[in-house]
Design a protein around this ligand. Structure first.
Ligand SMILES: C[S@@+](CC[C@H](N)C(=O)[O-])C[C@H]1O[C@@H](n2cnc3c(N)ncnc32)[C@H](O)[C@@H]1O
Length: 462
């Protein structure tokens, strides 16, 4: 049987793919079905047709999988923020573990690696300590909002709907952030609207307000508001910040990141402090961390402790080793391991994160960690000694192949690879497989209701 583009077809979903889509088979031909899970029978429309596979969008669930639950969020099914809210949590964990295992076997071509059950999150809502909401001059309307004249269509502050780049779903409550964040978000929306300055058009590249980033510190229970704009306007920013600081005594500060770049990235070319502090103070275990707007910090604070405990367990340090931590962010892993190692060097590209890392060591009276700013492709050459243990925690794209080569040349006895992307983890493990045995992998769920999974691999030199 062949399918055609735009065809509407009933499908039995029997598998699940990377990226969280269901898989249905028609005489061996694969159809990836969005918003579906194994056990569903759906009516779907074919939206893409290729020689070896097709992609389909679910139009109607004819028979729901026994794993489906009623999602608590009104935007579920539309919002790109979390696509698995309708799937019971235990099953999410099972599929995530399977993704890691299959990535290692199929992409990495490495068999027999024990992939442990995922360490689950205790809190599956309100767990994110950072949310980035986009502004747009085009609002994506929910089906029940279509045709309504009382809804402005030229303004939105919220999240993307997958498959649309310029329209934004206006969100007044995101269940992934603590409830207080939603009240701040709605006040920010009101003040932005009242400013008279336009939201940024993702198509026109005109307009002022670009992103609203909210960072929450669990330890302080305080917030940092980062308003990303296309230009500087101190008066407009001061008015919004003045209102927010007055209305919410748990906002620690408001900063303004300014960027004229067209890329839809919520980072500024430079940052202007507007009111209060330019950071929040977070705690992980016994350690405190200053986190500023642009510094990387694990977005799930409670799970970050489980992640770093896994790193500690896998690093098997006895107190005297030299450790190198590639992609160190604000130095959280070196600080976490500081009492277990002789000396630790962290490498990181974002200068403000390196500055935070230094400050964080001072705050925690740690003296055996140092940090090097710069792109690891070049800065790795500044590591003169051969480390006993290497920790690697790259962004989603994984390691650059030059960095893999440098790591192999340095030949540490043990490595711990932390990854937020099973596909690039598998690729990088395979690039090192001749010299390093992958002893085990522990997935840690940092992102409930999304298909994303963090995984920690323990590597031993052969
Ligand atoms: C996944 S984060 C890990 C941060 C840290 N290990 C943690 O747990 O908080 C990846 C980090 O790599 C940094 N990074 C990305 N590309 C880099 C490069 N080419 N050179 C150095 N650091 C880089 C990012 O800025 C980010 O801080």
């Amino acid at each position: 049987m062949t399918v055609k583009k735009k065809q509407e077809i009933e499908l039995d979903v029997t598998g699940i793919a990377f990226g969280g889509r269901g898989i249905a088979k028609i005489d061996g031909y694969t159809v990836f079905v969005d918003q579906s899970v194994p056990g569903d029978r759906v009516l779907a429309r074919i939206v893409k047709k290729k020689k070896s596979y097709a992609e389909a969008r679910t139009l109607q669930i004819i028979e729901p999988s026994a794993d489906r639950i009623e999602p608590p969020c009104r935007y579920a099914g539309w919002c790109g923020g979390c696509k698995w809210q309708f799937l019971q949590y235990g099953r999410q964990l099972e599929y995530k573990r399977r993704h890691v295992r299959e990535a290692v076997e199929h992409i990495g071509q490495i068999s027999g690696v024990p992939v442990h059950p995922v360490l689950p999150a205790d809190k599956i809502f309100g767990y994110r300590n950072k949310m980035e909401f986009s502004c747009s001059d085009r609002r994506w309307l929910l089906p029940e909002e279509l045709g309504r004249t009382d809804i402005p269509k030229d303004f939105a502050l919220g999240l993307h709907v997958p498959g649309t780049f310029d329209k934004i779903l206006d969100i007044d409550a995101c269940l992934l952030q603590p409830e207080k964040g939603n009240r701040i978000l709605n006040d920010v929306r009101d003040r932005i609207r009242a400013s008279g300055l336009a939201p940024y058009g993702l198509r026109t590249h005109e307009g002022f307000w670009r992103f609203v980033m909210l960072r929450h510190s669990v330890a302080e229970d305080r917030w940092l508001v980062n308003l990303v704009t296309a230009a500087e306007d101190r008066g407009a920013l001061a008015a919004v910040a003045g209102y927010l600081m007055e209305a919410h005594d748990d906002i620690a500060g408001v900063v303004n990141n300014v960027t004229a770049k067209k890329a839809a990235v919520a980072a500024g070319e430079y940052e202007v402090p507007v009111s209060g502090r330019a950071f929040v103070q977070e705690q992980l275990g016994e350690f405190v961390f200053e986190v500023s707007a642009n510094s990387f910090f694990q977005t799930n604070t409670a799970q970050a402790e489980k992640l770093y405990d896994t790193v500690r367990r896998y690093a098997q340090l006895s107190g005297s080793e030299s450790v190198v931590d590639l992609y160190t962010g604000t130095g959280t892993i070196p600080i976490w391991l500081s009492a277990d190692a002789g000396r630790i060097t962290g490498l990181e590209i974002v200068e403000s994160a390196v500055a935070d890392a230094g400050k964080n060591c001072e705050k925690n009276q740690i003296t055996n960690c140092r940090f090097v700013a710069g792109d690891i492709r070049q800065s790795i050459s500044q590591i003169e000694h051969r480390p006993d243990v290497m920790i690697i925690d790259p962004p989603r794209a994984g390691m650059h192949k030059d960095v893999v080569k440098s790591v192999l040349d340095m030949a540490p006895e043990k490595m711990v690879y932390v990854s937020c992307n099973p596909a690039t983890l598998a690729r990088d493990l395979s690039l090192m497989a001749e010299t390093y045995h992958v002893a085990e992998i522990q997935p840690v769920d940092m992102f409930p209701h999304t298909f994303h999974i963090e995984a920690v691999a323990r590597l031993v030199r052969k």
